[in-house]
Design a protein around this ligand. Structure first.
Ligand code: IFM
Length: 458
């Protein structure tokens, strides 16, 4: 293990969170960096997508976003003031490899290097996501994730990053939420690259998983002591009634959304009950692919926000339908359901026994406003986070190996097709001035982090 890498200890602590538990926030490059065309960066599919008319609810783009590319040092100071012990951020592939492969853009690499060094200088553990949805457009022009070669290009990208930063990064997260990439990028077209072709679910998900496996090989070779995982999004899927058909429909949806990814990763096979529902062309899965995908992981990243209540549609149990949520909702229209986080952690531990679990994302969008006193009083967000921290603490008490919690997000930022309309930050971004204003929840989180969860109930 190199000196700067933090490997977590299993020691218990009085607060209910293990000592060395990582407390921090998460962001993604396209959502905060801006500088879309600076520093030698190449175009990504998001740079292209946002400029197509009608794709983003408020007509905005991430061209400037939170201007983090220029304000990174102040943003790191802010994290330090908020007692972060870790920070999860993503690397824009096209900033490092403008054409997706081949020529390395040293200016882009330097940007991430100074970020990593800046974090370490402030005592914050860097956790790096390699792919948070921003494929280089040059690779999309060659077929993107439809093209099997993209999996190898991703591994090359991972290797280039690891070669430069691997001695200082504590965790690699290969992909963020492949399920979202597949269904929103390729089925309903609400995210880049904006395609609408359900026949692509099988190929895109297989190539994403394969790219993960190949990247694991490259990362292990370059940085054998850095932990590797993937961040998957999980909803607490429950049947809407006690009818057997609804229970089966819930299982189907769980298969489509979750097991389609977790089974290959942890068991080396696609789930048998779902295979008939997702077309896989005959030459898609080649000899050795599944072994590559199922390479042992150090942790599983859990992105959890809400529950999905499911009933069987007209097509029966293989036609799952989500019942519109009632009860307390966020501005995304998502139900607030903290119990589901504990259930998710328990189920993942039971079914797959990942070595460690991290909450790689959890947070909430509310209609925050700056009040006359120049502050943002977001008691509802504090309540949301408290309940999810308590659910996590309960899961830990029951034996789940959870070792960190990353709140989504540090800053209000560009929420993809919603534009700037959804404020997930614990820090308010005043977009016209780019001023950062920590919300009340940030002050609360800082105390919780500083006490390793000791003040979570306050
Ligand atoms: O903003 C996103 C993030 O990029 C991925 N997970 C969900 C967040 C909130 O929608």
């Amino acid at each position: 293990m190199n000196d700067t890498n933090v490997h977590l200890q299993d020691s218990a602590s009085e607060t209910g969170f293990p000592s060395g538990f990582l407390w921090g926030t998460a962001t993604a490059a396209y959502q905060i960096e801006g500088a879309a065309r600076e520093g030698g960066k190449g175009e990504s599919i998001w740079d292209r997508f946002v400029h197509a008319p009608g794709t983003i609810a408020d007509g905005s783009t991430g061209d400037i976003a939170c201007d983090h590319y220029h304000r990174w040092s102040d943003d790191l100071d802010l994290m330090a003031r908020l007692s972060h012990s870790a920070y999860r951020f993503s690397i824009a592939w096209s900033r490092v490899l403008p054409d997706g492969k081949g020529h390395i853009n040293e200016t882009g690499m330097d940007f991430y290097e100074q970020l990593v060094d800046g974090l370490l200088a402030r005592g914050i553990v860097p956790c790096v996501t390699l792919y948070h949805w921003d494929l280089p457009q040059a690779l999309q022009d060659r077929g993107g994730w439809e093209n099997r070669d993209t999996a190898s290009y991703f591994a090359d990208f991972a290797q280039a990053v690891a070669r430069r930063l691997g001695d200082r990064v504590s965790a690699w997260i290969t992909h963020n939420e492949p399920h979202i990439i597949v269904y929103h990028g390729y089925v309903d077209g609400t995210k880049a690259p904006g395609l609408r072709n359900p026949a692509l679910v099988g190929p895109i998900s297989h190539h994403l998983l394969l790219s993960h496996g190949l990247a694991c090989q490259a990362l292990r070779a370059e940085t054998p002591h850095t932990d590797i995982g993937m961040a998957l999004n999980f909803a607490a899927i429950e049947p809407a009634t006690d009818r057997e058909a609804d229970a089966e429909a819930a299982r189907t949806l769980d298969g489509l959304w979750h097991r389609w990814f977790t089974d290959p990763l942890f068991t080396g096979a696609y789930p048998e009950d779902i295979v008939p529902l997702i077309a896989q062309p005959p030459d898609l899965i080649r000899s050795g692919d599944l072994e590559t995908i199922a390479a042992p992981l150090d942790f599983l990243g859990v992105n959890y926000y809400t529950r999905a209540l499911v009933r069987a549609g007209k097509g029966g149990p293989t036609d799952p339908r989500i019942v519109p949520p009632s009860g307390p909702l966020t501005t995304m229209g998502w139900e607030i359901y903290p119990e589901g986080l504990r259930a998710t952690l328990t189920r993942l531990h039971r079914d797959y026994q990942p070595k460690y679990l991290y909450i790689t994302e959890n947070g909430v969008a509310f209609p925050d406003t700056l009040t006359g006193d120049g502050e943002v009083h977001d008691a509802a967000r504090t309540r949301y986070l408290r309940e999810h921290f308590l659910a996590t603490r309960q899961a830990i008490a029951e034996g789940m190996p959870v070792r960190g919690f990353f709140v989504w997000s540090l800053l209000d930022n560009f929420e993809w097709s919603y534009g700037f309309g959804q404020r997930f930050g614990i820090v308010y971004t005043d977009y016209p001035t780019q001023r950062r204003i920590p919300k009340d929840s940030a002050t609360w989180l800082a105390r919780v982090a500083a006490t390793n969860g000791g003040t979570v109930e306050e």
